[in-house]
Design a protein around this ligand. Structure first.
Ligand code: KG4
Ligand code: ZN
Length: 349
């Protein structure tokens, strides 16, 4: 790929409940600022209306901080890339409108990124120092977040096919609902992860979903967990409190096993041994350990993102913008956000 002159790209991400801005110099990360919205915690999930308002409050300080931390001025920016979708419409609109007006004000090109493709491309963000190894094409990427769970066959930066996906809930939702049922707060993934470390993953058995092909399903698992806990509470009102760590460890184990079973199947069917993981759930310590073990067993080259690039961040949007810039693919000022998965990665299974 031809190397361009140093290009400073500002990435803006506002698809859900994190307002984030990042600056890259070509593919090198200079800053990545994330303002998470605590306002949703007491509601046990993201409240769209509150998310839009918080983005509106956060966006200017977050962008200013990202530019300052990068050690540049806004006049040095060469392009701005925003998340066009999928996500919450009101949240996306804040980032999209902000990016458009800033690009217009600075008279620089505008680029758009798909959030899910961004999670995958996060693997190509280079540190501001020694270069790191990136996945070679074609590779498989297990993309697991709060809204999506899919296996992508990645043939190029923008040539990705979803070869398996959840037919109902995402893996992140399974973590979040486990935590909600146990009264552990939102987002549930990090809490379940922490408690699971102290528990026995074999203490309780939950039926793993049996879905054909490379697709996933997590809604049955959630329901069986709910009914199991309810039944136990009838006999022992302290059941959750007394079995907290074992419940978390057992649920986490079942989710990880389910995720890995299909990933192994996908690798076997495609013959691909270059494997990556992306999205918020890839922060899970149990999943990371299980992936490394599986990679060792099947001799995969495994790519696990740094923690900062697992959950939502703007660095992954800026790197998407960098590759779009190299291709000369710019966004139009009338680009509208989209709430659901983009045409580029939809239903190609
Ligand atoms: O990618 P992400 O930040 O946002 C979406 O695009 O959805 O993913 C958020 C999801 C939430 O469901 C959260 O509970 C989960 O990622 N998550 C985790 C962990 N950290 C975040 N799940 C399991 N273990 C974690 N350590
Ligand atoms: Zn995400």
């Amino acid at each position: 790929m031809a190397q361009t002159a140093p290009l400073y790209i500002l990435g803006i991400e506002s698809s859900c409940d994190d307002t984030s801005a990042a600056v890259l110099c070509n593919d090198r990360l200079l800053s990545n600022v994330i303002a998470s919205q605590a306002v949703h915690q007491r509601f046990g999930g993201v409240v769209p209306e509150l998310a839009s308002r918080a983005h509106q409050q956060n966006i200017i300080p977050v962008v200013n901080q990202a530019i300052t931390e990068a050690g540049i001025t806004k006049e040095q920016l060469g392009a701005i890339c925003f998340t066009r979708g999928p996500g919450l419409m009101g949240s996306l609109l804040v980032g999209v409108s902000f990016a458009k007006s800033m690009a217009l004000g600075l008279d620089i090109p505008l680029l758009e990124a798909d959030h899910m493709i961004g999670h995958v491309l996060a693997h190509f963000i280079q540190p501001n120092g020694e270069k790191k190894k990136v996945p070679a094409f074609p590779f498989l990427c297990l993309t697991v977040s709060g809204g999506h769970t899919q296996i992508m066959l990645v043939k190029d930066h923008f040539d990705m096919t979803v070869i398996g996906k959840t037919i109902d809930d995402a893996a992140g939702e399974a973590f979040d609902k486990t935590a909600k049922i146990m009264g552990l707060g939102y987002p549930g993934g990090p809490v379940v992860d922490k408690l699971a470390k102290e528990g026995n993953p074999g203490a309780f058995r939950f039926a793993k979903p049996r879905i054909q092909g490379l697709d996933y399903s997590f809604s049955g698992l959630k329901t069986s967990f709910l009914y199991f806990v309810r039944d136990q509470l009838k006999n022992n009102p302290h059941f959750i409190e007394e079995n907290k760590t074992d419940l978390c460890a057992s649920m986490q184990h079942t989710i990880i096993d389910t995720l890995l079973e299909k990933l192994v199947k996908a690798a076997r069917e495609t013959g691909i041994k270059e494997v990556a993981v992306a999205g918020g759930v890839s922060a899970n310590s149990g999943l990371r350990a299980a992936l490394l073990k599986t990679a060792d067993k099947y001799r995969w080259n495994m790519f696990i993102p740094e923690f900062a690039f697992t959950t939502d961040n703007a660095a992954m949007i800026a790197i998407s913008g960098y590759f779009k810039y190299l291709k000369g693919e710019f966004a139009s000022l009338d680009a509208m956000p989209y709430a659901r998965q983009s045409a580029g990665t939809e239903n190609q299974a």
